[in-house]
Design a protein around this ligand. Structure first.
Ligand code: NI
Length: 177
């Protein structure tokens, strides 16, 4: 297994709509990348990591919510699609690709989604809590959207100004690696 470098905003891959994974692509080599992504996410540490964040513009992400759902091991969602969503919840989100980002983001409370697992088998997932937030956050990454795009223009401008200053001074700790 290997740790993968996590790219940061405004890297162009983070702004691209990622392409679907073909069933034929889901083989041992692909599962090795999934294992590396899970290791990278845990090491970061993070609760989710989308393929575009390790510069792979394909529609899959890994999730580790074992701190909140003890029965759930880290897992992958390939080609996820939200089938139903309802309600609203707000959570202070961070992102491994957005240094120092911490803002309230509003998302659906309850979601139902389908995805393929690491063997290409279709699965259905439903949640109305933290996992629902993580899935929506990671799904955004597959559509070229970051959490900073989900806050008010004023707050986004303030964050981007702060990010520019941090990059210039290079006074922030590196994220993962
Ligand atoms: Ni993120």
């Amino acid at each position: 297994m290997a740790l993968l470098p996590i790219i940061e905003y405004p890297h162009p891959t983070l702004k691209k709509v990622a392409r679907e994974v073909d069933l034929a692509e889901i083989n041992d080599a692909f599962r090795k990348i999934i294992a590396d992504m899970i290791e990278t996410m845990i090491e970061a540490p993070g609760v989710g990591l989308a393929a575009p964040q390790v510069n792979i513009s394909k529609r899959f992400f890994v999730v580790d919510v074992s701190n909140y759902y003890p029965d759930r091991k880290p897992f992958v969602l390939i080609n996820p699609v939200i089938l139903e969503k309802s309600g609203r919840q707000t959570f202070e989100e961070g992102c491994l690709s957005l240094p120092d980002f911490r803002e309230d983001v509003e998302r659906a409370k309850k979601i139902k989604a389908k995805y393929l697992d690491e063997f290409g088998k279709e699965q259905i997932i439903e949640d109305e809590d933290f996992l629902a937030i993580v899935i929506q956050h990671e799904l955004d990454h597959l559509d070229g959207i970051v959490a900073a795009d989900r806050i008010s223009p004023m707050k986004r401008m303030m964050y981007l100004t702060k990010l520019k200053k941090m990059t210039k001074k290079a006074d922030r700790a590196p994220v993962a690696l």
